[in-house]
Design a protein around this ligand. Structure first.
Ligand code: URA
Ligand code: URA
Length: 300
């Protein structure tokens, strides 16, 4: 690490600690600063050294808003990541570049050494980064690990059919998982295991960045484990499915995982998932045909 970079980093850390000791809980960080921080020393060590980084700005309109009735809540267009200028929609090319950069970093991620050792591929995500519709599963299985693409095994084929029945395709929706590496199964030659909360928490920043860049209109969370990874709490999926929740200002529809549908062939369960998807289509203002409305109803 270069001396300049190390000094800048030390000064920035000191500054942030000072702020924290004053009770500052939220920092606004510009996109540029974030990009510099995440790209390491090479890109920033030629910058003039500063003892105090002006691009790390304490947020003065104290969040959460209800704690400070004098200051109005930040407007919907303001963001913690936009200190100098209000966030404006980044253009398509910049968005594609940011996703590529994120993918490149995920593909060489070493945060979970046990998964690095066992994985064949990091499974980042697939589909249209401008899609209004994003599906989130829990973690890659064996097939996904081999192909480097989410939901390509048996459960994936069922998910693909659900997506198509909704009038989308794998190319017009976006599909990702909470955990980007296949959970290892030491001593086993087959089978999968659930990702741990710890693994999902470690990997979550990649998913959060995907969501923030893609900005889907609706997210479908597939199964209890995906919900637990996203929201960081225990989830009873039979109780929570079918009702929208909000995550990072985006409606999330929890539903059953397609592998649960494969294990439980009851028409009533298929209909439940389908009703959840009909709600998603309504939220997206998509026209719904009579045929679509009546799938998996008894006698049809
Ligand atoms: N199950 C998941 O949750 N994700 C995949 O990618 C495949 C199966
Ligand atoms: N139980 C789960 O854990 N997931 C499902 O999708 C359905 C039942």
């Amino acid at each position: 690490m270069s001396l300049n970079y190390a000094k800048s980093l030390e000064a920035a850390i000191k500054y942030v600690e000072q702020l924290r000791s004053k009770g500052v809980k939220y920092l606004a960080v510009s996109r540029e600063t974030l990009a510099n921080l995440s790209s390491g020393p090479r890109k920033v060590n030629s910058e003039p050294q500063r003892t105090q980084s002006p691009s790390l700005t304490p947020v003065t309109s104290k969040a959460p808003p209800e704690a400070n009735p004098v200051n109005p809540a930040p407007s919907a267009s303001s963001s913690l990541f936009a200190s100098e200028a209000p966030a404006k929609p980044i253009d398509a090319a910049a968005k594609a570049a940011a996703i590529t950069d994120l993918r490149d970093r995920a593909l060489v991620c070493q945060k979970c050494p046990h998964l690095v050792r066992s994985r064949k591929n990091v499974v980042f995500g697939v589909g249209d980064i401008n899609s209004p519709l994003m599906f989130i599963g829990e973690a890659p299985g064996a097939d996904e690990d081999i192909q480097g693409e989410p939901f390509v095994g048996k459960a994936g084929q069922l998910l693909t059919r659900i997506i198509q029945t909704m009038g989308f395709s794998r190319d017009t929706a976006y599909i990702a998982n909470v955990l980007k590496c296949r959970p290892d199964t030491p001593g086993q030659t087959s089978g999968n295991r659930k990702p741990t909360l710890e693994e999902m928490k470690t990997c979550l920043p990649y998913l959060l960045a995907q969501i923030d860049l893609i900005k889907p209109k609706v997210i479908v969370a597939l199964g209890a484990t995906a919900m637990e990874g996203i929201f960081g709490r225990a989830v009873a999926i039979t109780r929570e499915r079918g009702r929208f929740q909000s995550f990072r200002d985006t409606p999330v529809m929890p539903t059953y995982h397609p592998s649960y549908l494969l294990r439980n062939q009851a028409l009533s369960v298929k209909r439940e998932v389908w009703e959840d998807m009909l709600q998603v289509l309504e939220k997206l203002n998509r026209p719904i045909s009579d045929k679509q409305r009546s799938y998996f109803l008894k006698g049809t």
